[in-house]
Design a protein around this ligand. Sequence first.
Ligand SMILES: [Zn+2]
Length: 353
Amino acid sequence: MKKRNKKILFTFDYELFLGKNSGDVLNTIITPTNKILSTLSKLNSRAIFFVDATYITSLIDYAKLHKKCQSDLLYIENQIAAILDGNHDIGLHIHPHWLDATYNSDSGCWDLSEDKKYAADSLSKEELDQIFHASFNALNSLIKNHRPGYKINAFRAGGLCVQPFNLFHPYLHAFKIRNEFSVLRNAELNMIHYKFNFKAVPKADFYIFKEDVLIPDEEGDYVEYSINKFSLSFLAKILNSFYFRLSNLLLKTKNQGVGIVPNIDNNTNQKRSLLMYIKKPATETLSIENINITKFFSYLFYLKNSSYIHFISHPKLIRPGQLLLFYFLISILKIFGSDLNYDYEKWIELKKK
Ligand SMILES: [Zn+2]
């Protein structure tokens, strides 16, 4: 047994679906997050919830016109209070394409399918100024209502599109946010409206940087906490493939649409031919919504052998059975003597403050 002390990050992107139909706040965010909070509390674990603050500003704008937006905002505010009471962190998450969102007052849901402003580099300077300041202020004031002394100190870019970082730097600097969580190790995405290239990621799991999220620089103001990818074993890949065929056949389950969230991680929970499974290594992010019974031991093996673990999950995608598997995974880790260290701000020291 090696590496008993584990630096561990459980992160959640707290947001609606980002395509044609956003889903309802209760089903998509509030209810699943309550289940997550109760699981984390049983595990005595801490997490970071990256709250989509662009959603909050939209709710504030529309609250004057629609009562439902006002009550949805109250749900979010109360849940943010519950998250803080659970000793978790709130991080800033920004999806600029909320600028083009439309509200459907009949369904109480949003249409976020216009995605040409998905990434920060598609925005004008004025739009960037507006969206960053409005989002930070909206989230910050919700927090301050409940916890005046709390300071937001974590950031994740929408869709992980954090390049070029010089677009983000002036705002994060102004808000004194030092911790960045958008670099998915060795991943690359090249779509019209959203792209990133993290192929040249440094070896270190977390590091100080200054101007470029991929270039460590001890003199910098920021810490990058990179996101792990993990590979399924050959056997797990085959089992997983059968598992999905069988469950699709028996339950006729349809995966909920994830809208235009870019498919960044070759999620293995997809129908693929067996041959494709054999040929291609299946890598995915460590995500609660990716866990199933056939992957349980792959996850356990990976977690047992890693000293740095970065989960990225989405309340909107998690089913209760997966939370139970997650609960067992983490409990088993602890039973086998792993000491889980959640104090990410103490893992590395910035020179400048
Ligand atoms: Zn997001």
